[in-house]
Every structure is written in C-alpha cells, then in structure tokens.
Design a protein around this ligand. Sequence first.
Ligand code: ZN
Length: 225
Amino acid sequence: MTVLTDVDAAIRRLREEVCRLHAELLRYQLVVWTAGNVSARVPGRDLLVIKPSGVAYDELTPENMVVCDLNGRVVDGDHAPSSDTDAQAYVYRHMPHVGGVVHTHSTYATAWASRGEPIPCVLTMMADEFGGDIPVGPFALIGDDSIGRGIVDTLSGNRSPAVLMRNHGVFSIGRTARAAVKAAVMCEDVARTVHIARQLGHPLPIAERDINSLFDRYQNVYGQR
Ligand SMILES: [Zn+2]
C-alpha cells in the first residue's frame, strides 16, 4: 500500500508541475492557441503526465492533466491526451535518462525547421546548452511512430537536447520537464539571434575545441552547486 501512495504523491506533484510549466511556454511566447505541450515521466514507473488535447492554456489545471502509460494509453484523466503523446511516449520508451519532453512550434526555430537547416553553433550560449549545432530531424507525419523515432534517432548520441523536426517544429528533452522547457526556451532564443545575425553577414563559427570546453564547463561547473 505504501508503494501505491508514493506513486500517487509523485503523480499529484507532476500534475502540478506539468500544468505550471505550460505557463512558461506562454511567458516566452513559444506557443499560440493550443499548439505546444509539456510532459514528464513518473520516476520509476512506465507512466507519463501530459497536457490534455485541445484545451486552452488558460484552462489548464493540475486535475485536467492526463496520465498515460508509455504506449500512450490513458491511465488516469477525464480528457484525451495531447496528440503528441505517442511521439513523447516513444521518446520515454527509448531514452531512459529523459524525464521531460516539450514540443513547440516557436517561430524562429520552426523557420529553421522549415528550411531543414540546423542552427549552427556560433554563440557561446549554444555551446553551453547544446554542445554544438541544433540538429534537424526527418519529415514525419503524426499517426504512427515516425515522429518519436525521428526525435530519438536524431538526439541519440547528440549533445543537443533539442531537435528541429523538418517542416514542423521543436522537440526538446531534459532530465526533468523543467530542463526540457529550458532547452525549448534557449532553442528559440538562439534561433532568433542567429537568424538576425544572418541578415547582415555570416556568423563566425566557434572552434570545436572551444565548444567542447564551454559545454563541459556549463554542464559540470556552472551555477549553484
Ligand atoms: Zn507540432
């Protein structure tokens, strides 16, 4: 019985966290209408918590978040889950270190995705957060595993926590849902800066050695310990 109670408490906490994190998508102007979502893995369980499909951001509450298994089937919730649930469930099934997934169609990043062009690593903050270029994933239609497979194939063995799915938008991953939201916010920010840099010339590349040292410092030394 204790085990059940622990899981219930974890799910309650994640319903609140996932609900609250959607406000960050609005705050950083990464989404319009209902297009965009956050999910979190329930630690130690084959479950995820995700936004309900088609519900306005203003109407999201911890109670209307949807709990699904890692095949995308609803386990607890009164609403249908986000239409991106299958893609995100695929990511959780194949990337055990991932605790959160975010999807947006944020404007500048999606403009790069529409050209099928990776965002080149020309800013130190890109080296910090992404460890290199932000890669492009394949064109994939909703309805089967192809979006999930495209995300996993592109991000496996890549330091970037974000992928630009071609002609579609951004999927980002993190150890937690909050980390995945941060990657989505940073992805849009650098997409915009590099886009603007391109208007007046050619952004300068950063040497691989320097990218590696920036990434290592940011991931291992930076911030509060
Ligand atoms: Zn989408």
